[in-house]
Design a protein around this ligand. Structure first.
Ligand code: FAD
Length: 312
């Protein structure tokens, strides 16, 4: 005899700005969504000690952890069923999608919204974790404001690193651009602009081996120079690590179309993935903007697309 299975309208995976926003829209549409938070990064990337200045509605800014708590509370008040768990397997092929959780239980739904985020790549150098949020940052647009008229360093050699160095040169007194090779990967045009910028000083063939400070804030970087094997130290108030991101999409390989870097491919101007009934938003599908507000906006788009799909 066929077993009755419980099929939900919509499951959202991820508890960053994209996930909470999607769940709020779905709940307001009366669809009783379930949101699986993830356990390793419950609340998403913003909970890591950052003060958010660029999310509208908070005239003095707001601690990332408080912003995420407010989003969670809003979603909860509207009736979202919140599960503190991880999805360990996605079956997205049929009309009914099945998501396996860490205890092997299975959730079924007509639509799924993937709001899985992306990890900032870490250097792995001594002091990096200790001074994260205390001088070490992974986002110039988010944190550059705190280093007005100060000396900062950007670490990396691609377009993002050079773009961040240029962005910071507008507000900082001096910007060191530190790269472990003798050539940048960034476009020629970008390199030319950087070379012509008097505030940016290049330090090539050098690796950061330690982030140093007084325990509370960063104040120096220890560098190892490839050509001499020697160590030097530079004084700096901020260090922006720009060595790339890894979208949290490993579990989706072979199940959805991903681009060469693992980001979820979307149908242009929508949140539609390559699987019918599966939508995505936020940093797992966006390597360009990577902001809390753009992730929240993408979560809203995903929910609206899921609602339209359910109405068909
Ligand atoms: C230190 C720091 C400071 C920042 N400061 C700012 C700032 O000031 N302003 C700004 O606009 N942006 C800032 N950002 C960027 C901002 O945090 C991101 O753009 C935003 O969080 C992306 O939202 P998201 O919802 O796409 O992903 P995330 O916030 O990364 O959330 C992804 C979610 O997916 C979950 N997840 C992943 N895999 C699974 C799984 N298998 N099962 C269940 N759940 C899963 C995770 O647990 C997490 O909850 C900062 C980022 C960092 C790291």
């Amino acid at each position: 005899m066929a077993q009755n299975i419980n099929v939900e309208n919509a499951i959202v995976v991820g508890s960053g700005p994209a996930g909470w926003t999607a769940s709020i829209y779905l709940a307001l549409a009366g669809l009783n969504p379930t949101l699986v938070t993830g356990t390793e990064h419950f609340g998403g990337a913003l909970v890591y000690g950052t003060h958010v200045q660029n999310f509208p509605g908070f005239e003095d800014g707001i601690a990332g952890i408080d912003l995420m708590d407010k989003m969670k509370q809003q979603s909860k008040n509207l009736g979202t069923n919140i599960l503190l768990d991880d999805v360990t397997n996605f079956d997205l092929a049929g009309d009914i999608k099945s998501l396996t959780l860490s205890d092997s239980s299975v959730l079924n739904a007509k639509t799924v919204i993937l709001a899985l985020g992306a990890e900032y790549r870490k250097l792995g150098a001594k002091g990096e974790t200790q001074y994260s949020g205390k001088g070490v940052s992974y986002c110039a647009t988010c944190d550059g404001f705190f280093f007005k008229a100060k000396t900062v360093a950007v670490i990396g050699g691609g377009d993002t690193a050079l773009h961040e160095a240029l962005y910071l040169s507008e507000m900082c007194e001096k910007v060191y651009l530190i790269h472990r090779r003798d050539k940048f990967r960034a476009s020629d045009a970008m390199q030319k602009t950087v070379l012509n910028n008097k505030k940016i000083e290049l330090i090539l063939n050098a690796e950061v081996v330690e982030f140093k400070g007084n325990g509370d804030v960063l104040n120096a970087l220890s560098l190892k120079h490839k050509n001499t094997d020697g160590l030097t130290e530079i004084a700096t108030s901020g260090a922006f690590i720009a060595i790339g991101h890894t979208p949290n999409t490993a579990l989706l390989t072979g199940k959805l179309v991903l681009d060469s870097e693992g980001y979820i491919k979307l149908e242009s101007d929508t949140s539609l993935t390559s699987a019918k009934g599966v939508f995505a938003g936020g940093n797992a599908a966006d390597k360009r903007y990577r902001q809390a507000i753009t992730a929240a906006g993408a979560g809203a788009k995903a929910a609206l697309d899921a609602i339209a799909h359910l109405q068909k």
